[in-house]
Design a protein around this ligand. Structure first.
Ligand SMILES: O=P(O)(O)OC[C@H]1O[C@](O)(CO)[C@@H](O)[C@@H]1O
Ligand SMILES: [Mn+2]
Length: 441
């Protein structure tokens, strides 16, 4: 992109991108291989010899992939026909075209980090779809489910809080409603700590009741545009005609505990009438270990519904009803599992861009969405968010993300320096968070 800084990449030895490609990604691949191994007898029981053969094939394809990565081999095109194969292969050619003649082919440590990391997850998917009859196996499903089960106590606390709140919501004045909105926004923010790709697929669940920790965590919010979200939605509520709608779109990130926090927020938005319709976007293939697919979305709601805790199951029943009534709508789109930065969405996926334009507000959850919003580039810390979005303005939007990559824009002068001096890992540890808004004032 002309005028934009260079992409983060594994070329910068010692950077988080470099360490991710060198250590974290091979670790994720090894875990995927182990998972396939562990399901060997299940594949056999289901499909007989064909299942065993398929498991061997998928493992050998993943081992080959790990070897290509560890020896920094060229990035090779996709061979298996799938809905997005042509777009991916065109993108590979585009990456090739960015290189000088002597540079050869795009390679793991040499090319943009965002591109190679997305490519890795798409190659895992290719290995699986090349191995029928186990071609619908999600190698990350187990860890997503484990994250949900290990967070049970927090989930119960959150569902109970929501149900108590919903019962009393009519009696709340505007300030109380705003306080609750802020509380649930922060819960959704800290829910983003629980992704499984940062931890290399190891369990990263929510064990403590997060509601009690919010005050303590507040100083860790580096950009806090919550007031702007409130003004926008409260204004919509006050000025909306009787039959008209206020639509909030949530671009989901991780399944498990984080998804529960997002659904609780979405429920509150409807119950408080700050919104009348919520649209969710998930991934079409298993992605960055813990990202939400339609299967995870439905599975989690079903789990919540069938809980024997009264308030938890009430949440599940309500959520299923919202879906039935069309107040909650789930969308799939291949764009979310392409390597493109969001500033090219209007060209690459005009239908998706047009869909997002219908929203009054779009919430982008998580770190990867932030990287794609900002192009995963080496922006100065103080550059305005609007500028880093590079023309991506489908509707007012807000990134809700804990920092897990060496990129952050829109900080005050001196703010980054303050953290840099005392905490070398402040950008990548997931300790800090942001609510970063872009839209008309
Ligand atoms: O689930 P999230 O918040 O998008 O995080 C994804 C993680 O994966 C990474 O790409 C690292 O592999 C980081 O950007 C981030 O830590
Ligand atoms: Mn994620």
């Amino acid at each position: 992109m002309a005028g934009s800084p260079a992409s983060l990449s594994g070329q910068d030895v010692g950077s988080f991108a470099y360490l991710t490609i060198k250590d974290r990604i091979p670790q994720i691949l090894t875990r995927a291989i182990d998972t396939l191994h562990r399901h060997k007898s299940e594949f056999f029981e289901k499909h007989g010899e064909k299942g065993t053969e398929a498991e061997k094939k998928a493992i050998s394809l993943l081992s080959k992939l790990r070897n290509e990565l560890q020896t920094d081999k060229p990035i090779i095109p996709f061979v298996e026909k799938f809905v997005d194969t042509d777009i991916w292969n065109q993108y590979l050619e585009y990456q090739q075209s960015l290189l000088n003649e002597n540079d050869g082919k795009p390679r793991w440590f040499y090319s943009p980090w965002l591109f190679v990391e997305c490519y890795m997850y798409r190659r895992i998917h290719e290995a699986i779809i090349q191995s029928p009859p186990i071609d619908d196996f999600d190698v990350f499903k187990e860890s997503k489910e484990q994250n949900f089960f290990e967070s049970q106590e927090s989930i119960v606390a959150l569902c109970t809080h929501l149900q108590e709140l919903v019962t009393a919501i009519k009696d709340l004045d505007e300030n109380q409603l705003k306080d609750e909105f802020f509380r649930l926004l922060q819960i959704s923010l800290w829910g983003n700590k629980c992704d499984l790709s940062l931890s290399g697929g190891e369990t990263s669940s929510q064990k403590i009741n997060i509601i009690n920790s919010l005050e303590e965590l507040k100083p860790l919010i580096l950009v806090n545009d919550m007031e702007r979200l409130w003004s926008l939605l409260n204004n919509c509520k006050k000025t909306r005609e009787k039959a008209s709608i206020t639509r909030v779109d949530i671009v989901l990130d991780n399944s498990g505990f984080e998804l529960v926090t997002d659904l609780v927020l979405a429920d509150f938005l409807l119950s408080s009438q700050l919104a009348t319709e919520i649209h969710f976007y998930g991934k079409t293939i298993p992605w960055f270990v813990s990202d939400t697919t339609i299967h995870d979305f439905n599975w989690l709601i079903e789990q919540v519904k069938s809980s024997n805790h009264k308030w938890m199951s009430k949440c599940g029943v309500d959520w299923e009803n919202y879906i039935k009534m069309g107040k909650w709508v789930y969308h799939d789109h291949i764009f979310w599992t392409l390597p493109h930065e969001f500033c090219v969405m209007s060209q690459v996926a005009p239908d998706l861009y047009a869909e997002l334009q219908k929203a009054h507000l779009i919430l982008f959850k998580g770190d990867l969405n932030y990287r794609k919003l900002t192009g995963d580039r080496k922006w100065e810390f103080t550059i305005p968010f609007h500028q880093a979005l590079n023309g991506f303005h489908p509707a007012p939007l807000c990134s809700i993300r804990t920092l897990k990559a060496e990129i952050q824009v829109g900080l005050q002068p001196g703010q980054a320096e303050q953290y840099m001096a005392s905490e070398p890992n402040w950008l990548t540890s997931g300790k800090y968070g942001i609510f970063q808004f872009d839209g008309p004032l």
